[in-house]
Write a protein that binds this ligand. Structure first.
Ligand SMILES: O=P(O)(O)OC[C@@H](O)[C@H]1O[C@H](OP(=O)(O)O)[C@@H](O)[C@@H](O)[C@@H]1O
Ligand SMILES: [Mg+2]
Ligand SMILES: [Zn+2]
Length: 193
């Protein structure tokens, strides 16, 4: 169970591609941005329990030269606008444009903010006064789970329908689809957190 403490707010950290929108390699066009089935209901529920909602997304497509920061900002505005119309307010979006091998120029570096490194989560905790010990991470890759664990988040939820990924995962909970998240969130907060 998850309880908030006086040390800060509780939060749900959300991977973007594969959790908020359907994973389509290096998605940056609004026309390709398709919300996953069940994400609105899951986010609305956690927001109603006063969890902050924070996106932490690797966007190495920027560093690789596939699209620009302006492209990412455009699709982010679209995402936030649509979430807003669904009654969901994201507290912050963090992104890492870097890649240690394939990044071009400035973008080629092993950034502490690129998952599985926990930098984005740690930064969010400082800037938004989040109590990580009362928070959750949700992702579709083991790198998301590793970032959550390294940041000190106790509940790390993996969404995958790949048996091999599930078998090797360090996640606390594994579900096959985003539309299973609402039930996970309800179970995790059952004591009234
Ligand atoms: O919100 P996410 O899931 O952190 O974003 C992942 C995508 O940026 C991108 O990530 C991976 O590419 P890199 O190794 O970071 O270059 C791949 O899984 C791509 O398919 C994803 O679109
Ligand atoms: Mg992902
Ligand atoms: Zn890669």
């Amino acid at each position: 169970m998850i309880n908030a403490t006086a040390a800060g707010s509780k939060a749900v950290f959300l991977d973007r591609d594969g959790i908020i929108n359907v994973e389509k390699h290096y998605c940056y066009r609004i026309n390709d941005f398709e919300f996953t089935d069940g994400i609105f209901e899951a986010l609305r529920y956690m927001q109603s329990l006063r969890y902050k909602l924070v996106v932490v997304t690797n966007q190495a497509g920027i560093g690789r030269g596939y699209y620009t920061e302006a492209d990412f900002m455009r699709v982010t505005r679209f995402m936030l606008d649509r979430l807003g119309r669904e009654g969901i307010r994201m507290d912050r979006v963090y992104y890492s444009p870097f890649h240690p091998v394939h990044g071009i120029g400035y973008y080629r570096k092993n950034s502490p903010c690129r998952k599985p490194n926990p930098g984005m989560i740690v930064q969010a905790a400082q800037e938004l006064h989040i109590d990580l010990s009362a928070s959750m991470m949700v992702g579709d890759k083991e790198t998301d789970i590793e970032a959550g664990i390294r940041a000190g988040i106790p509940v790390n939820v993996l969404v995958t329908n790949e048996a091999a990924a599930a078998a090797q995962s360090k996640a606390s909970v594994i579900v096959p689809q985003v539309k299973d998240l609402l039930a996970v969130f309800k179970a995790m907060t059952a004591s009234g957190a």
